[in-house]
Write a protein that binds this ligand. Structure first.
Ligand code: IPM
Ligand code: MG
Length: 357
């Protein structure tokens, strides 16, 4: 398997280095893996004047999977929109057709107390947010700025979903639900938005092909509320791009730390880009304190979804659970009185635990 490695900005290089240790360990055991590194985000802008340099896109196209750290930083905040690091991420998703974004939120028993919600509300949570990633108001035209007749500045964006875009993400949702507890909640704002009315219609049509999956619908505002009220009612949540962006950040806090959540962004043939859902955390970059577990868990998703290595994926996940059971905590997970381990120590501990799985 050819893996394009795009560390990006901020803590990206540090956490990707730890995830690579895990992959290199599996390679030493006999898994056939090849790595090639490329620049994206602010690093791409600094070296090539482009947050997604042509060479990086070519590398990603040629690879079977992409492992990404994070992009962005305060140095780039004043750049024009097309040059900003986030555009590199949005463009690679679009260019590679990565329309299906899987964002699992799992509460490990050891960490139920790390959530800001009461442990009895989140204990045992195992939720999958499936976010459509290449459509919606993120990419809709027209968008831009103009001056109104009254001489006032105005910004505008367009929310769009076509029937085929909804149908293909809905199928992924029903298939995912089939492999879990067969419950799918589709999130929309069909009481207000035409886009959402079509979304709901098409999801119901696709649901006809999956009579074994229990389909329900929820308005996004209610879903945001239910996620903190009683999150275990959900199994798979199916969302558009914008709603999924917001709800997945919310869901991450149920698990105790955004530093734990991996993600997979897949095309129609299971080629994927794998990244932690947290950002580049410029405030702690370079200090060796970032939590590498979300990136390591992203490697597990890479092995499972793009590599067909279900067993190796399970071992990586078991290794992560094992270091948490042993009490290792990076600073983001530490309760008062606990001593944090650094990024590298955590990575090394996962590799050591992997050797025992
Ligand atoms: C995410 C991020 C991105 C998004 C940003 C960085 C463009 O928030 O992956 O959730 O909005 O999709
Ligand atoms: Mg986001």
């Amino acid at each position: 398997m050819k893996i394009a490695v795009l560390p990006g900005d901020g803590i990206g290089p540090e956490i990707v280095a730890e995830a690579l240790k895990v992959l290199q360990f599996l390679a030493r055991e006999g898994l056939s893996l090849e790595f090639e590194t490329g620049l994206i985000g602010g690093a791409g802008y600094d070296s090539a004047g482009d947050p997604l340099p042509e060479a990086t896109l070519a590398l990603a196209r040629a690879a079977d999977a992409v492992l990404l750290g994070a992009v962005g930083g305060p140095r780039y905040d004043t750049l024009a929109r097309p040059l900003r690091p986030e555009q590199g991420l949005l463009r690679i998703r679009k260019e590679l057709g990565l329309f299906a974004n899987l964002r699992p939120a799992v509460v490990y028993p050891e960490l139920a107390a790390a959530s800001t919600l009461r442990p009895e509300v989140v204990a045992g949570l195992d939720l999958m947010i499936l976010r459509e990633l290449t459509g919606d108001i993120y990419f809709g035209q027209p968008r831009g700025r103009r001056t109104t007749a009254a001489g006032e500045r105005e910004g505008f964006d367009s929310m769009h979903y076509s029937e085929s875009e909804i149908r293909r993400i809905a199928r992924v949702g029903f298939e995912l639900a089939r492999g879990r507890s067969r419950r799918l909640t589709s999130v929309d704002k069909a009481n207000v938005l035409d886009t959402s009315i079509l979304w709901r219609e098409v999801v119901i049509e696709v649901g006809g092909e999956y009579p074994d999956v229990e389909l329900s619908h929820m308005y996004v505002d209610n879903a945001a509320m239910q996620l903190v009220r009683a999150p275990r009612q959900f199994d798979v949540m199916l969302t558009g791009n914008l709603f999924g962006d917001i709800l997945s950040d919310e869901a991450s806090m149920l698990t105790g730390s955004i530093g734990l959540l991996p993600s997979a962004s897949l095309d129609s043939r299971n080629k994927g880009l794998y990244e932690p859902i947290h950002g580049s955390a410029p405030d702690i970059a370079g200090r060796g304190v970032a939590n590498p577990l979300a990136t390591i868990l992203s490697v597990a998703m890479l092995l499972r979804h793009s590599g067909g290595q279900v067993q190796a994926a399970g071992r990586v996940e078991a290794a992560v659970r094992s270091v948490l059971r042993d009490g290792l905590r990076t600073a983001d997970l530490c309760a008062a009185g606990q001593t944090p381990v650094g990024t590298q120590q955590m990575g090394d501990a996962v590799v050591a635990a992997l050797a025992r799985q």
